[in-house]
Design a protein around this ligand. Structure first.
Ligand code: COA
Length: 151
């Protein structure tokens, strides 16, 4: 592997969704089988989105949802197995954190099943007391009457 060819990029338009789908299928157990259409929605609604390429090959990805100042959450951090263990994963997360939409944020959250050690090296701390989850069950949720803003 020649590290000088590896580029980090925050332009969503440069992400090849078919390559991203393949990367997730190979290397992200929680994101296997995601459709191209749904990944496009997730990327459109995330900011920042960072991709890592070796020439034309997508070898890393991470995204966040952020209000730019108070709270942000990091999602879908992945480095291709052939490229792990050389510092790219930590550089990927640091690139995400230093992005203008993230670097002033007071608290950055993430969920991880197996990679606590990796994130601890970057400075994250365990946080078991504040997180809850709602699994979306559209048929059980009443639809409140709200006026949607036209986008
Ligand atoms: C987690 C992941 C992104 C790390 O990428 P990577 O490029 O191998 O990470 P780096 O080489 O930058 O590692 C940085 C440091 O963390 C350490 N590290 C990596 N994974 C670790 C783990 N699971 N536990 C403890 N330390 C870990 C490395 O040894 C390295 O330590 P050093 O700085 O002392 O050398 C990569 O393993 C991956 O894509 N895994 C599968 C997807 C995944 O689980 N993503 C996280 C979802 S929350």
């Amino acid at each position: 592997m020649n590290n000088t060819q590896i580029k980090f990029c925050d332009r969503k338009s440069e992400i090849d969704l078919y390559q991203l789908q393949e990367l997730f299928n190979i290397a992200a157990f929680w994101a296997k089988g995601r459709s191209i259409e749904d990944m496009g929605i997730a990327i459109a609604n995330s900011q920042p989105v960072i991709s890592v390429r070796d020439k034309e090959r997508l070898i890393g990805f991470a995204r966040a949802t952020s209000d730019g100042i108070y709270r942000a959450t990091i999602w879908d951090v992945v480095i291709h197995p052939d490229y792990r263990g050389t510092g790219l994963g930590s550089k990927l997360v640091e690139t995400l954190l230093s992005h203008p939409h993230m670097h002033r944020v007071e608290r950055v959250y993430l969920m991880t099943t197996h990679q606590q050690g990796f994130y601890k090296k970057i400075g994250f701390q365990s946080n078991s007391s504040t997180t809850m989850v709602l699994y979306n069950q559209p048929n059980l949720m009443p639809t409140p009457e709200i006026q949607l803003q036209e986008s």
